[in-house]
Design a binder for this molecule. Structure first.
Ligand code: PLP
Length: 472
């Protein structure tokens, strides 16, 4: 009997590999040009995206033209995040071994939910759990769940903390929900990340029903201003302020929390990786005293997207919050990843995390962290030499820069973003607009920093020349 014609074509595509050869050559062309192209897509590239505006295709398309369309019109409209001169948000890049491992595991197309679905992925999740705990210096019993990013990881950590605190107050949230539950207090810094408030809203504790702790001029929680903690407190601290890179006084806060039996969650999206470097570890002093931690391997560690991790000292607490049971689900004495995360079906992101950690090793992680920090320091120094004002202490990879007036800062930022020579975002820091630089890619070199500083200077000159904004 003949196979269905569409199915037959797909078998042929797998057999003759032409499609995949095209994918490979497009990918190579991208890699070879990404350091030299416009860092943000040109207006022309963005306008050309209208080619994707078409009705839902009625009939199948030939695969090679599909891929060509994606490369010819898609590739130029990407932000060149892997080119070394992208400093927006806190966006990392991909170390080559991890990228290659992702290609291979894409072909595997494993579902990471359970051991029986993929013994190799279950194994690599277990290994990554162990390695992460050692690298970051966390308690040996800490367990890990592999999720899309820190937003989800924080949601998992805070939900677990909520359940555990209420359990100790005699209430089972899993069974009985929150209506009628004992009161919980949420304590966090005024500059906690937006995703933390989102998670608090989602888990029924409320975005606004919180006790905000004042912060200092770097955005660090002031431990001396912490309210009196108790066993009904969910405390959230930050390892790495998303703007300044500053770290909360984690040790002091954890000590107070420990005496009170409060739960401490650390949002360490990019900053927790400081613990992987002997030179930066002191920033994270006391993290091992917390109860749960969230971080992103797709930021400082430079694993491909998306790769977040929830770590929790209390394995049973995490599992009892996240687990799912049904008769068709075959749990085993091996690792079933879905019991540590929100998701059931998940992509096998631990493969890339494993490949990143394996290829870098502890020494490579340390070197990466130190290099990102050194480049941030160089950015700050060179920009200062050029008359820019640096508004934060450079403790990690973040640099906040301003010109002489808010108008000039804003116009300079616009020009930097349009220049194509590098890209950074903006933010408001202590009431004034800033250019916000995050050095987060392994591919950034000293020369990239220097040429980007030169681009900043040109952008400011252009802003001054175009009138309207002038130096006072
Ligand atoms: C990036 C970031 C988040 C959110 O992480 P996602 O991976 O984007 O969900 C949370 N907190 C901090 C401090 C961050 O830098």
């Amino acid at each position: 009997m003949m196979n269905d014609p569409i199915q037959e074509k797909m078998f042929a595509q797998l057999r003759d590999k032409e499609l995949f050869e095209h994918a490979k050559s497009y990918a190579y062309a991208y890699m070879d040009s990404v350091r030299d192209r416009s860092v943000f897509p040109t207006d022309q590239a963005i306008q050309a995206l209208s080619i994707f505006d078409e009705p839902l295709p009625k009939a199948p398309s030939d695969p090679v033209p599909v891929l060509r369309l994606l490369h010819e019109h898609g590739s130029p409209a990407t932000a060149a995040q892997t080119g070394g001169k992208y400093f927006g948000f806190v966006n990392g890049s991909s170390v080559p071994t991890a990228l290659a491992a992702k290609w291979l595991s894409d072909v595997w197309d494993q579902n990471a939910a359970m051991y029986v679905m993929s013994p190799i992925v279950a194994q690599l999740e277990s290994i990554c759990e162990k390695w992460m705990v050692e690298l970051l210096g966390l308690p040996a019993e800490t367990s890990a769940g592999f999720v899309s990013g820190t937003t989800t990881a924080t949601l998992c950590g805070l939900a677990t903390g909520r359940n555990e605190l209420l359990k100790h107050l005699g209430w089972d949230v899993n069974a009985d929900g929150l209506f009628g539950a004992p009161n919980l207090r949420v304590v966090l810094g005024e500059q906690a990340h937006a995703s933390v408030f989102k998670a608090l809203g989602l888990i029924g504790l409320g975005r606004s029903r919180v006790e905000l702790v004042p912060v200092d001029d770097q955005g660090r929680m002031m431990a001396s201003r912490l309210p009196k903690l108790d066993k009904d407190c969910l405390v959230i601290v930050q390892a790495g302020n998303v703007n300044s890179g500053a770290f909360d006084p984690i040790d002091e806060i954890c000590e107070q929390a420990r005496r009170a039996d409060a739960w401490v969650h650390v949002d360490g999206a990019f900053g927790l990786w400081a613990a992987g470097s002997r030179n930066k570890r002191s920033l994270t002093r006391g993290i091992e005293k917390a109860d749960s931690w969230s971080l992103d391997a797709h930021k400082t560690l430079n694993a491909p997207y998306d790769c977040g991790i929830i770590l929790c000292k209390h394995r049973q607490a995490l599992v009892s919050t996240m687990q799912t049971t049904a008769s068709y689900l075959v749990s085993s004495d091996k690792r079933d990843g879905m019991h540590y995360t929100l998701d059931m079906s998940r992509r096998a992101r631990a493969v890339e995390l494993w490949a990143t950690l394996k290829s870098l090793g502890q020494a490579g992680v340390e070197e990466l962290v130190d290099r990102l920090c050194a480049h941030a320091q160089a950015f700050a120094e060179l920009l200062q030499t050029q008359g820019f004002r640096v508004l934060n202490d450079i403790v990690f990879n973040q640099v906040l820069v301003a010109c002489d007036t808010p108008e000039l800062t804003q116009a300079t930022l616009d020009n930097v973003q349009k220049s194509g020579e590098c890209w950074c975002g903006g933010a408001v820091w202590q009431g004034e607009p800033v250019l916000r630089i995050s050095v987060c890619s392994w591919g950034t070199t000293r020369a990239d920093v220097e040429s980007s500083v030169a681009a900043f200077v040109r952008a400011r000159n252009k802003a001054m020349a175009s009138g309207g904004v002038s130096r006072p």
